[in-house]
Design a protein around this ligand. Structure first.
Ligand SMILES: Cc1cc2nc3c(=O)[nH]c(=O)nc-3n(C[C@H](O)[C@H](O)[C@H](O)COP(=O)(O)OP(=O)(O)OC[C@H]3O[C@@H](n4cnc5c(N)ncnc54)[C@H](O)[C@@H]3O)c2cc1C
Length: 372
């Protein structure tokens, strides 16, 4: 019984179907969410999806901690990139997967012979019995909580992240390479840039408006006020040290991102398994990552778990998958340290730049980004 039809739950279902394991997918939402989330998948999970998304290849360049990486130096580049909006990814993964939509799981009871879930469906409450429950129900996972599994880690409350789709006027960008004009050097898209005032990035996915993101450490803000493009404009001016004209996105064609987050979460389930309950994807780990590491992890969880369910031996699942999430969590902290303000970070960045120039340094960083 798979709880949640996000990308990870759908991937588990597809794999179980391929391996001939009977299953059911229970999804609380009556229809797929329209909210913009991931802009793409980064890493070795991309080739797993090649039959569904042909044509993806490893990226010649990527970023880490505000450094541009030249991945053409690597013989076997693991940093595959599939720039697909999450909505589209879910749409494609859902083809041929029967999902009980509008069915919310609200209880779990296990016994030696099986496990029963209580479901609230469109026609009322019912129970369902099976051999395992797979919690793919996201960061706030009901399944994880019901199984008594803690979600250990930290929230970094000193950083405010603001993100919005905006229109950057043509004169704000250089004509040939689309760099952002600002005092000093122009800034490249698809990178996190560290300045004296914080961090920012801008990028354009799929021809729509630009997605602009800022990070500020310890900046005062009113948490109750709704986020606005004006607030992002002010934040960007503080980070860049000079104003950039940002226009609101068009009224049609959304929904667009307009978001302020006041804490960055890095957490991992204390166990990926409790008896007949298993966790995968965001239910098992959340990463305040730079560069989109979450789907890579979650899709690999799905493939690993489905294979083990097909063999009816899930005993090593936690040990097989935990190290990958731990590595990504460590790298999220490392990147946050490399991007933080202050002179000690300046010194750290000089050392890290030298490390990235070594073949071992680039290899280690690329393997962390690309590894499943
Ligand atoms: C703004 C944003 C940008 C992101 N960008 C990227 C990116 O570029 N790259 C990347 O790799 N990752 C990115 N992520 C992370 C990525 O979106 C998540 O890792 C991904 O959604 C996790 O998938 P999942 O299937 O584990 O969980 P979810 O997508 O959260 O799906 C969980 C599903 O479970 C359902 N559910 C919950 N509770 C119940 C219940 N009790 N009963 C039944 N159903 C239930 C929910 O309705 C939901 O459909 C981003 C996230 C955000 C918020």
């Amino acid at each position: 019984m798979i709880v949640g039809a996000g990308p990870v739950g759908l991937m588990v279902a597809r794999e179980l179907a391929r391996l001939g394991v009977p299953h059911v997918v229970l999804e609380a939402l009556a229809r797929p969410s329209e909210l913009p989330k991931a802009n793409g998948i980064v890493g070795r999970a991309v080739p797993l999806l090649r039959p569904l998304f042909p044509g993806a290849r490893p990226a010649p360049r990527f970023m880490y901690g505000g450094f541009a990486l030249d991945l053409r130096r690597l013989r076997d580049n693991p940093v595959w990139v599939l720039p697909v909006p999450q909505r589209r990814l879910e749409e494609v993964l859902a083809v041929g997967v029967p999902v009980r939509r509008g069915h919310t799981v609200g209880g779990l009871v296990a016994d030696p012979a099986g496990i029963e879930v209580s479901v609230e469906g469109p026609s009322g409450a019912y129970t369902l019995r099976g051999s395992y429950v797979v919690g793919c129900d996201g960061a706030h996972s009901f399944v994880r909580k019901a199984a008594g599994i803690s979600f250990d880690g930290s929230s970094d409350d000193g950083v405010v992240t603001r993100s919005a789709h905006v229109v950057l006027p043509r004169r704000a960008l250089t004509r040939v390479r689309g760099l952002l004009r600002a005092p000093g050097v122009p800034y490249r898209p698809y990178l996190f840039h560290r300045t004296a005032g914080g961090v920012f990035s801008f990028a354009r996915f799929g021809g729509g408006p630009h997605l602009v993101t800022t990070l500020e450490w310890g900046a005062g803000h009113d948490e109750t006020a709704p986020m606005t493009v004006g607030e992002l404009r002010e934040s960007l001016a503080r980070v860049l040290g000079s104003p950039v004209l940002l226009g609101s996105p068009p009224a049609s064609g959304g929904p667009y991102v307009l978001r302020r987050a006041t804490s960055r979460q890095n957490r991992i389930a204390s166990s990926y398994r409790a008896g007949r309950v298993l966790l995968a994807g965001d239910a098992a780990h959340v990463v305040a990552g730079f560069g989109g590491p979450a789907l890579n992890l979650g899709l690999f969880d799905a493939v690993e778990l489905a294979g083990r369910l097909a063999r009816d031996d899930v005993s090593g699942y936690d040990e097989a998958r935990r190290p990958f999430a731990q590595r990504v969590l460590a790298s999220a902290r490392e990147q946050a340290e490399l991007l933080a303000p202050g002179p000690s970070t300046d010194a750290l960045r000089v050392r890290f730049a030298a490390y990235l120039r070594t073949p071992e340094g680039l290899r280690r960083v690329a393997d962390t980004i690309g590894g499943g």
